[in-house]
Design a protein around this ligand. Sequence first.
Ligand SMILES: Nc1ncnc2c1ncn2[C@@H]1O[C@H](COP(=O)(O)OP(=O)(O)O)[C@@H](O)[C@H]1O
Ligand SMILES: [Mg+2]
Length: 306
Amino acid sequence: MKKLAFFLGKGGVGKTTISSSVASQISREGRKVLIVSLDPAHNLGDVFGARLTDARTSLGPRLDGIEIDLAAWVSRYLKESREEIRENYRYHATINLDSYINILKYSPGTEEYAVLWAIEHIHREHREDYDLIVFDTPPTALTLRFLAMPSISLMWVRELTGMREKILEKRQTVLRLNPEASVVRGAVKKDEDRIYSRLSGIRSRLTGLHRIFQEESYLTVVVNPDDLSLAEALRIRHELEKLEVRIDSVCLNKAPDEGACKEKVEDSFRRFPVFTSFHLPDGVRGAEDLARIDVEDLKNDLIGRT
Ligand SMILES: Nc1ncnc2c1ncn2[C@@H]1O[C@H](COP(=O)(O)OP(=O)(O)O)[C@@H](O)[C@H]1O
Ligand SMILES: [Mg+2]
C-alpha cells in the first residue's frame, strides 16, 4: 500500500469530500489514517464538524486530522533562508538582509517551498505512526507548482553544482601552477567547500521529495460530469507527465448514474482506472454522510498499490 494519497482537481469537484470519505472508510476498516489539509481555505474541519489545527486532532478511532498553517510555514521558510544567507555571506556586510527577505516573501516559489517543507515534515514525523496519510490539496495551480518544484529546482541545483565543480577545478589548476597563489581563496576540495556541500544538501532534500511523489504517493484526479472539470483533469495529467509524476486513477464524483459521462471520462483517460462516486441528492452534511459516499473501488485500488 502506498503511504501517501493526494486528491487533485478543480475547485468544488469534491476533493475534500472524497479524501475525507476515503480516509474515514479506511480507518473504520482497521488501518490508522492521518488526513492533512494543505488548502489555505481550510474546510476539512467543517466536514468532520471539528476544529483542526497544525497539531493532530482525533477525528475518530484510528483517524486524526491536521490543517497545515501555510502562513506559519512561509514564515519558517523565510526565517531559515535569512539564517542561511547570514551564515554564508558573513563577509558581505553590505547585503541588506531585511530588504532581501521582504522581496523573497513575495517571490514566486515561496508558497510552493512552504508547502513542500510542510509535506516533508509530515512525512518525516508521522509516516511511522500511520498506515496512510491522505492530503486534501489546495487549488490546482498551487498543487501543480508544488509537485513540479522538486524536479524544476533539481535542474537548477544540478547546473549550479556543475558550475561550482568547475570553479573548484580551476582553483586546483591555479594552485598546481603556483602553490603560493594569492588568487586562490577558500576551499579547493568539494568536501571542504561550504557552497558545494550546501548544494549537495539541497539536492538530496529535493531528490527525497521527488521520490516521495513518484514512488510513495497515490495520486487521484477528481472530476465531475462537466466539461470544465474534465478539461482541468486532463491538464493536470499532462503537466504531471512532463515531470515524470504519474497519476494512478480518476474519480468521477457527483455522477448522476453509471452512464454516458463515465464513458466520456474513460475515453479521455485511457489506461487509467476510473472510479465512480454518485451524487448524493441531499448533499454531504456531516461525518456520517461520508460513509454513504461510494468510494469502495477507489479505496481498494489505493489499498492494493504497493
Ligand atoms: N458525491 C457528492 N454528492 C453530493 N454532494 C457532493 C458530493 N461530493 C461533494 N459534494 C458537495 O460539493 C461541494 C464541494 O465539495 P468539496 O469536497 O468541498 O470540493 P473541493 O474540495 O474539490 O473544492 C460541497 O458542498 C460538497 O458537500
Ligand atoms: Mg476542498
